[in-house]
Design a protein around this ligand. Structure first.
Ligand code: SF4
Length: 399
């Protein structure tokens, strides 16, 4: 038996990848322990920004000092030279992420009988597709994850059932570019999948991790509205609200399209990603992004200061000074906090169902954060009393 620790960096797909590695080693009879005690370390890396890759390298280097062996997987493992120069006890496992658990298992060996393994998170992530064929000019993801391809609907539905049987109340359908999901052999679209997965016996909540605006259409919205378990929350990356910058980013939509596709979704909580300091972004362009976020009614914004990525169209372009990026990022975050507070204040006095995902905290179905006590992994009914920048302060109803 080998003891191991797991660390993931980056997005929910990276988390799902890391969880699959973890489950494979547990099923092979190995034991997960804290990083200080484990013999081997798994680092599922991210390379979406320079900062994320730097953190991934640091994590691998640190783990190499305290573990006999370190395996680096994930997006960064497919970026040539990203982990060059690290100690000899670091092995980089590139290739298809779906294949990584098997290849890791071959390297680590088997120690015992398969065990029933439950994901550590309260929410279960079920990956429905991998890769992306969009080719945004700044993005390294298609280079390291390959083109878009989907799992079969049957495999996804089996996975959802499995997670619910394990006790998960909420399942998040995840992918690199989720809206590209299409099971052509069975003629199942993402909207069909939402309807089918949403019917899973025992499932309380079904969430989409992130969806490009090009994929937000009437059919998908109808499926979410008609499916009682489907959450009224959409995470829709904007990246920029300026048409010229959007063109340079090769995002294939403009500001007006972004707004139009979100019309009528006032009952949804909308969240987004924004890149600040993209090459050529001047003050006016940045202001367009701030304005669009407000007009679209977006609450939480994940802000990423632009950094050029190797192998992309914009790898040699980076003309916005670091200080300017920093200030714009701070302004965008401040605007996002105000938008969150505004929406949350509107809920004071209301009662909502909160899934407790860590001590004293949880999320409503629309992904609004609440500060409320309750048993971990359970859904409690809570009254909204007041708001802070961390979320709505609630009081759980006694059952
Ligand atoms: S949609 Fe664009 S930003 Fe997102 S993964 Fe694909 S290429 Fe990258």
């Amino acid at each position: 038996m080998t003891t191991f620790s797991v660390r993931f960096l980056g997005c929910k797909v990276s988390y799902t990848d890391a969880d699959a590695l973890r489950e494979r080693l547990l099923a092979d009879g190995h034991e997960e322990t804290s990083a200080g005690e484990a013999e081997i370390a798994l680092v599922n890396s991210c390379c979406v920004t320079r900062e994320a890759l730097g953190k991934s390298r640091q994590a691998a280097a640190k783990a190499a000092r305290t573990h006999k062996h370190v395996y680096v997987t994930g997006c960064g493992a497919n970026l040539e030279g990203a982990f060059a120069g690290l100690p000899e006890n670091v092995t980089v496992l590139g290739g298809e992420s779906a294949d990584a658990p098997r290849r890791l298992a071959d390297l680590v060996g088997r120690a015992g009988d398969a065990l029933a393994v439950r994901s550590k998170r309260v929410r279960a992530f079920v990956q429905i597709q991998d890769g992306c064929s969009f080719g945004c000019s700044y993005c390294v993801v298609p280079l390291v994850r390959g083109p878009a391809r989907s799992k079969s609907a049957e495999a996804v539905l089996t996975d959802v059932r499995h997670r619910v049987e394990q006790g998960h109340k909420e399942v998040v359908l995840s992918g690199i570019n989720l809206g590209c999901f299409h099971d052509s052999a069975a003629a199942v679209s993402l909207a069909d999948l939402v309807r089918e997965a949403g019917k899973t016996l025992g499932l309380e909540r079904l969430r989409l991790s992130s969806i490009e605006i090009n994929h937000v259409g009437a059919e998908l919205i109808a499926a979410i509205r008609e499916t009682p378990t489907a959450c009224r929350h959409l995470h829709v990356p904007l990246q920029s609200g300026d048409d010229e910058i959007l063109r340079a980013m090769k995002r294939h939509y403009d500001a007006a399209t972004f707004l139009r596709r979100l019309e009528g979704l006032e009952d949804f909580n909308l969240t987004s990603d924004v890149i600040v300091g993209f090459p050529g972004e001047d003050e006016a362009a940045f202001q367009h992004t701030l304005d669009l976020i407000e007009r679209a009614g977006i609450t939480k914004v994940h802000v990423f200061p632009y950094s050029p990525r190797p192998g992309t169209t914009t790898e040699d372009a980076d003309d916005v000074p670091a200080q300017v990026k920093k200030k714009r990022a701070a302004r965008m975050r401040e605007s996002s906090i105000n938008a969150c507070l505004g929406r949350w204040r509107g809920k004071i006095g209301m009662e909502e169902s909160i899934l407790i995902d860590r001590p004293g905290r949880g999320y409503a179905s629309d992904y609004t954060p609440w500060l409320v006590d309750g048993p971990l992994g359970e859904i409690v009914q809570a009254h909204a009393k007041s708001v802070t920048e961390q979320g709505i302060i609630g009081k759980a109803r006694r059952s």
